[in-house]
Unconditional design. Structure first.
Length: 449
């Protein structure tokens, strides 16, 4: 009997996922426990193993398809088995992908029919599709893709077809990088564009003339073409959750400056086995234990003040921001906390986090000091009650009062911290005391060790 393959739920906030690549093609053997496809969730890209064994009878959602959780994406069964009933119950897959056999998706990972399909008089119903990636590569390599025979699903032209044509010498052109980019955006094949540049090189003006002088889409005074980036996966979830946070939380902020002289000395004494971010993380953990009203969460029953600290540490990745969580951070020594942060940050950047690694946080720190920001205000990561934004450490003139009462100006390393907090959960005065306690720990780190 045919088995339905559905989009799995991998994250606590996940409502949909994007198919990235099928690792088994239609008609291929599916083995339980072996990789079947890769998908992008709200947090990361992961490979999903097959839950059943059999033959992959139908791919319902091709690469690029955005499918709600538990939505049908494929059917596995015995060769020749009638699966029309399963497909009829499922309805069409959502998003940009296409089922194999109905326009298909390119094996180069792009969905046909989402801006790339054109009618050339051949293929099913007189249509042949070209994937967006193949179309871009064709423009860059000067290949007329309309003259190619596709090797993708249902004869679709995919990137490998374009590369093969280029390598075979079917087209050889020289163009400036700007001309190649312009041609790719405009869908112009460089192979048919006469060049007016040095030694016949194609320039941007040549591409413009070849496309009939059509105006660019509105994109500013420079005339640049608009680039639309789909809001999906991690970017979509970040947008939704940050807007939800702003709408639902009564967010307020406090700021302080911290003299980091002693923290700098401690880091040097530890031979840089820990970083400044680790010291700030430890100070936050200790301050959360001192002020449980900040280490809290608003629930239907009331305010839950936690007796443990699960510290979230924001990590920038290619597609956005992810917050791995150090569980029971209050039980760790400084060095062990540093090791835990390093391990989770590495997994985040390599796409190796599991859902348990980025859930259950009670407070978050976010450090953008390495990008040269003096200070910034971060948005609370719900359902937490606060987040600490960390700026850069820079040498700053500081007014100092001597033991005789005299005033002088000295240069000290200073860092600015901004605490965003949910005023529904904690008032301004205790929030200010919490931030002051973090400053106290960083200016006197022996107190937190």
């Amino acid at each position: 009997m045919a088995e339905r393959i559905i989009m799995p739920k991998q994250g606590l906030q996940m409502t949909e996922g994007t198919i990235i690549e099928w690792l088994v093609q239609e008609g291929g053997e599916v083995v339980e426990g072996k990789p079947l496809f890769s998908m992008e969730t709200d947090k990361l890209t992961i490979t999903i193993d097959a839950m059943v064994s059999g033959t992959l009878l139908k791919i319902v959602a091709g690469p690029g398809a955005v499918v709600p959780i538990t939505g049908l994406i494929a059917v596995v069964g015995k060769p020749g088995e009638n699966i029309s009933g399963v497909l009829a119950d499922a309805g069409p897959a959502s998003g940009g992908g296409a089922s194999a056999g109905s326009g298909g998706a390119g094996s180069d990972g792009s969905a046909a029919g989402s801006g790339g399909g054109v009618s050339t008089g051949g293929g099913p119903a007189g249509r042949v599709f070209v994937s967006p990636r193949a179309k871009t590569t064709a423009a860059e390599r000067g290949v007329d893709w309309k003259s190619l025979r596709g090797t993708g699903t249902d004869g679709m032209i995919v990137e490998r077809d374009v590369l093969a044509a280029a390598e075979a010498g079917s087209a050889s052109v020289k163009a400036t990088p700007l001309a190649a980019k312009t041609a790719a955006l405009a869908g112009v094949a460089l192979g048919g564009v006469p060049g007016s540049g040095s030694r016949g090189k194609i320039t941007r003006d040549d591409v413009e003339r070849a496309r009939g002088g059509r105006a660019y889409a509105a994109g500013g005074a420079s005339g640049g073409r608009k680039k639309i980036v789909p809001m999906r996966g991690m970017r979509k979830i970040i947008a939704e959750r940050m807007k939800q946070s702003q709408n639902e939380n009564a967010q307020a902020a406090h700021r302080v400056s911290v003299r980091m002289d002693e923290a700098v000395r401690l880091r040097a004494a530890l031979e840089k086995a820990v970083g400044y971010n680790d010291l700030i993380a430890m100070a936050a953990v200790r301050a959360l234990l001192d002020f449980p009203e900040m280490n809290a969460e608003l629930t239907a029953e009331g305010i839950w003040q936690k007796d443990f600290v699960n510290l979230g540490v924001a990590v920038a990745v290619d597609d956005g921001l992810i917050v791995p969580v150090v569980k029971d951070a209050d039980l760790l020594s400084l060095k062990n906390l540093a090791l835990a942060i390093k391990e989770l940050s590495g997994k985040a950047r390599n796409g190796g986090l599991e859902p348990a690694d980025y859930s259950g946080g009670s407070f978050t720190i976010s450090n953008l000091g390495m990008f040269g920001l003096e200070e910034f205000t971060a948005i609370i990561n719900p359902p937490e009650a606060g987040i600490l934004a960390i700026g850069m450490i820079e040498d700053t003139p500081v007014a100092v009062t001597g033991i005789d009462g005299g005033k002088s100006v000295e240069i000290h390393p200073v860092m600015k911290l901004t605490l965003s907090y949910d005023h529904r959960v904690i008032d301004g005065a205790p929030a200010a005391k919490f931030l002051a306690r973090i400053r106290e720990y960083l200016e006197n780190p022996c107190k937190m060790l």
